[in-house]
Structures are given as C-alpha cells and as structure tokens.
Design a protein around this ligand. Sequence first.
Ligand SMILES: Nc1ncnc2c1ncn2[C@@H]1O[C@H](COP(=O)(O)OP(=O)(O)OP(=O)(O)O)[C@@H](O)[C@H]1O
Length: 308
Amino acid sequence: MSVIATEELTKRFPRVTALDRLTVEVPTGVTGLVGANGAGKSTLIKILLGLAPATEGRAQVLGMDVRTDGPAIRERVGYMPEHDCLPADVSATEFVMHMARMSGLPSTAARERTADTLRHVGLYEERYRPIGGYSTGMKQRVKLAQALVHDPQLVLLDEPTNGLDPVGRDEMLDLIRRVHTDFGISVLVTSHLLGELERTCDHVVVVDGGKLLRAQATREFTRTTGVFTVEVDALADGSDGTDETHRALAELGLPVERDGRLLHVTVDDERGYDLIRDAVDGLGVGLVRLQQRRHRIAEVFTKENAGV
Ligand SMILES: Nc1ncnc2c1ncn2[C@@H]1O[C@H](COP(=O)(O)OP(=O)(O)OP(=O)(O)O)[C@@H](O)[C@H]1O
C-alpha cells in the first residue's frame, strides 16, 4: 500500500520550477527522499502537508487529497521541519506537551505520551531544562519527539541529520529506523547524503531539479552483481598463482579481468562460488579471498548521472 502518491505534481515559483511533473508512489516502511540542495524536497513536503498549494497535478497522503483534506492529513501525519524552530526558553517537556495538546490529546494522555516519546528519542533528565541550552543533537531529538507525540501513521522528516557529527548522525538514523520497527509508523526522510540511506531506508526516491530521477527498493540499488573477486596465495614454487588461476578460469569460458593480485570474474550468481572454488582447488593454490561484489547506491547513481 502506498502512503504517498503524486501525479504530475508541479510547483512553480516566479523564477524557478521547484517540482516538475513529479509522479511517484511511496510505500509503507522507511523511504529516503534524496536530492541535492534545491532539488525540491522541502517543497514536496509542504505540499504533502497541505501547507502550500501545488501549481498543477495531484497528491494523496494516506489516501487523502492534499488540496481538500489538509487538516485530516495533519492529524495523522507528523512533521519534523528542517530549520531550527524551537523556543529557547521552555523545556522539551513543556514544548512537546504543548504540541500534544495542540493535536487534541487530553492533558493526562498528553503528559504520558510526552514522557514516553522523549524517553524513546533518548532525552532523560535534560528534558526539564530550557531548550536554548541544548546541543544540536538534542534539539533534533526534540523536533523528532514533537513529530511523534500524537502517534501519527506517517512522519515526514526534513533533513533530520543536518548539523550532526558522525556519531549523532548514526544515532539519529537508528532512531528513525526504530520509529518504523517499534511503532509501525511509516517514514519519509529527506537527505542530500546518499550513503545515509543504504542501511536506514527500505526505499529510495531520488529527485533532481524537481524531477524524479529514480524510485526503487534499496535492495534493488544494492543488488548483487555477477562479478566475483578472487585472490589466491603464492604457489609452493614461489610463483604468485594468479596467472595460473586466471588461465584456469578463462579455460572454463569465464570472462576474467586482472587487477594486480585480484581477479574479477563475471559469472552467473548461483554457480559462481562453486565454479571458482573448484577451479582454484584443482590448481592446488590457497584461496585468500572469494567475494561477490555488491553495488553501492552511490556507485549506481554516479554511473546514471554520468549519462544524464
Ligand atoms: N517560497 C519560495 N519562493 C521562491 N522560490 C522558492 C521558494 N521555496 C523554494 N523555492 C525554490 O525552489 C527550489 C526547491 O527548493 P526546496 O527548498 O524545495 O529544495 P530542497 O531540495 O528542500 O533543498 P534544501 O535541502 O536546500 O532545502 C529552490 O530553487 C528554491 O530556491
């Protein structure tokens, strides 16, 4: 089932087209929306929340039309904005509780949900201190907490790792993953960093200049290739063994490319390991490495973008 669906969605500002006939479906789970600065990510989020009108096209969130169902969408969707938007002089507890009340929770439920949510995002004693004294990582956690406090079905997170150091970034990505695994909430998370998405997201949507470049399951991006990397030990007589292995594999009719001591062998996925192991074993050389190569997302995009 898709949580978001857009059709020919277009947003034109006087001097720039921020979204250009974008047609995309976002399924349940964790989806990364990736694109360079200015690609149109924040504009898309604002349209999905019913906060800004599209110039043309249609969009649905949880089956509701963004043009007519803005309030109902915002009841069921949480939003974490990109920029710093927190009041400095109140505590995380006061702020998140206020947001819970704003979304219609009665005061006891709001208090309980606030405590649970702040604990979930990893804010403990410090939640009673004014937000103005928080680190960037703590502020990002408060922003995430206010997006989750009303128990939405879907959260839209705009650049949640912005400004975080590598450790903070990893912690935030783990937290985002757990929003889905622990609570079943679907997530659309924007980023301009491809590498972040590989382990966090089930799906990836790539936009560039307001246009859809690609939308796919992450495992499709990182699917295994039919290329195996082989490295062997030197032979007993001192020769390096790589030449012999190269020859033996080529005699089996396999395309082999040599790269120093490494051999890259292209072979059908299922037979690859057995064929190569048997060939090496027949030569009496020791196998140091036999590895199937995987695509990395960045590698796929680099190749694609080179052709754009
Ligand atoms: N209110 C506005 N008026 C005019 N142009 C705008 C407005 N909002 C966004 N734009 C332009 O639309 C384009 C897309 O902006 P958007 O903020 O959606 O990109 P983004 O992918 O979210 O990038 P970033 O990560 O930098 O926020 C940019 O060229 C931006 O300058």
